[in-house]
Design a protein around this ligand. Sequence first.
Ligand code: GRF
Length: 217
Amino acid sequence: MARVKVAVLISGRGSNLQSLIDACADPSFPAEIVHVLSNVAGVLGLERAEQAGIATSVISHRDFPDRAAFDRAVDARLRAVGAELICLAGFMRILTEAFVESWRDRLINIHPSLLPSFKGLHTHERAIAAGVRFAGCTVHFVRPAMDDGPIIVQAAVPILPGDDADGLGRRVLAAEHRCYPLALKLVASGRAVVSGDTVTVRSATSPENATINPAED
Ligand code: GRF
């Protein structure tokens, strides 16, 4: 079976990238990472990619006059390396509508909240301050609006009395590392089907349902 060629876009630590690298190490996983691109040089995520023998690029947004020019350069690199699907994993740039639409339903992101709550930054501080009982994470198809798009996988993480943003963030991150490989598997295998604003997961199995909650058809 041909594996779907994935490029991962990062800006930093790359712990979600690592979870995808680890998942793709299984030859039966339906995706392989062909390239890791960072807009910041020298970050830990690039080291993780090199350690795994994956080709990397650095394209700094600072070298371009505007967002559109940066996105065109990123797009050209992704097409040159043969990427079929893009995973954003802590990529701290907002992408233009032209870029997002040209990768429609082939561009996914992970966000550390239960979307559509708490879009943007500082999600854990804001969830604690709002007094919600559950935080979590979401993997979704990307649409032009920030942190918007059909949800593929979510995991809920309880907020405990006395939690601070760091402690909660660590537990959410552990959930992220389970959710992103599952979401990539569902998308790469063609089981995550977008219909309008939502995703239906074909033939969801019970272990997936136990921790995470894809809608079944
Ligand atoms: C994660 O919390 C992810 O949800 C958010 O940025 C963070 C990236 O962490 N988009 P890492 O670089 O994957 O460790």
